[in-house]
Design a protein around this ligand. Structure first.
Ligand code: GUN
Length: 291
């Protein structure tokens, strides 16, 4: 029997835990943790993401502060806002929604965020901490992926994890997190020779490449845990639909456990953002918590 990993259900449990941490911080410190979200321009997808983050933040008991700036805002003005939020005692987490308009360097803006408020885990400081095995804030999608793996196996130590994709947002940090769990990690990518054979070696197979159904059913070892990070819009038989980077129907025949896409890793991303915000608030305010 293959376990279909229900990301929505796992995310709901995590959000409950976050809400209780938020309540604990409120009881001990008399403050309501706050997440500031900066959105520049009118990108329709970004507007939806920001709306969803706002609703989820408020539902967890935290304050959500939106800064919506016009597309023509200068890079210096965005940097000035980030610096102001760094200094603001009431703000625990800062998220600058990507992509930014073309005239603004995401690199410069992201790295202006104070690492202790960087709830996306995207600053060079937090990437460095992850690499060095030090405490920091970890990118949300990779963190969510590891939490999902842990719902089906407690002991990751010694397992061979193959991560397909080496992006800054997912592949690289996910590889570091799996290494920290004592997995033997292979980082595969578009130039990997005989990707199918590499994938067949995986006890944990993670796909984060943005290619619809790249990972075929016979690339999955019998009993492997398959984490599909991809969400791709395709048109099939005249209908628009979302599919992952894994050919789910075929892969589930071999997998021991597999995430659907959508409904797997996706819901974990916002839940981990809330977790990071609550953790950032607890650390900064000296409250001992576990989430
Ligand atoms: N745009 C799409 N995904 C993300 C994300 O995880 N963080 C930020 N800041 N922007 C995004």
């Amino acid at each position: 029997m293959t376990t279909i990993i229900d990301g929505k259900a796992v995310a709901a449990v995590l959000r409950e835990k976050v809400a209780s941490v938020v309540a604990q911080i409120g009881a001990q410190q008399g403050v309501q943790p706050a997440l500031a979200v900066v959105l520049v321009g009118e990108d329709p997808a970004s507007q939806i993401y920001v709306r969803n983050k706002h609703a989820a933040t408020e539902k967890s008991g935290m304050r959500s502060i939106a800064h919506k700036l016009p597309a023509e805002t200068s890079e210096d003005e965005v940097v000035a806002l980030v610096r102001k939020l760094n200094e603001d005692e009431a703000v625990d987490g800062i998220l600058v929604q990507l992509p930014l308009p073309d005239h603004i360097s995401p690199d410069r803006v992201i790295n202006e965020i104070h690492p202790d408020k960087d709830v996306d885990g995207l600053t060079e400081a937090n990437a460095g901490r992850l690499m060095l095995g030090k405490d920091g804030l970890v990118p949300c999608t990779p963190q969510g992926s590891v939490i999902l793996v842990k719902t089906v196996t407690e002991k990751l130590s010694g397992l061979h994890a193959v991560v397909v994709g080496r992006s800054i947002l997912v592949g690289k940090p996910l590889s570091m997190l799996l290494l920290a769990e004592n997995c033997t990690v292979t980082m595969a990518h578009s130039r990997t020779k005989d990707l199918a054979s590499v994938c067949r070696e995986a006890d944990i197979l993670c796909a984060a490449v943005g290619v619809p159904r790249l990972v075929k059913g016979d690339w999955v070892k019998k009993g492997a845990i398959v984490i599909d990070v991809g969400i791709n819009r395709i048109e099939e038989n005249g209908k628009k639909r979302l599919v992952g980077d894994v050919d789910f129907d075929a892969a589930k025949e071999n997998a021991g456990a597999i995430t659907p896409a959508p409904g797997g890793v996706g819901p974990m991303t916002i839940a981990c953002l809330l977790r990071n915000t609550a953790l950032a608030a607890a650390r900064r305010r000296g409250v001992a918590v576990t989430v």
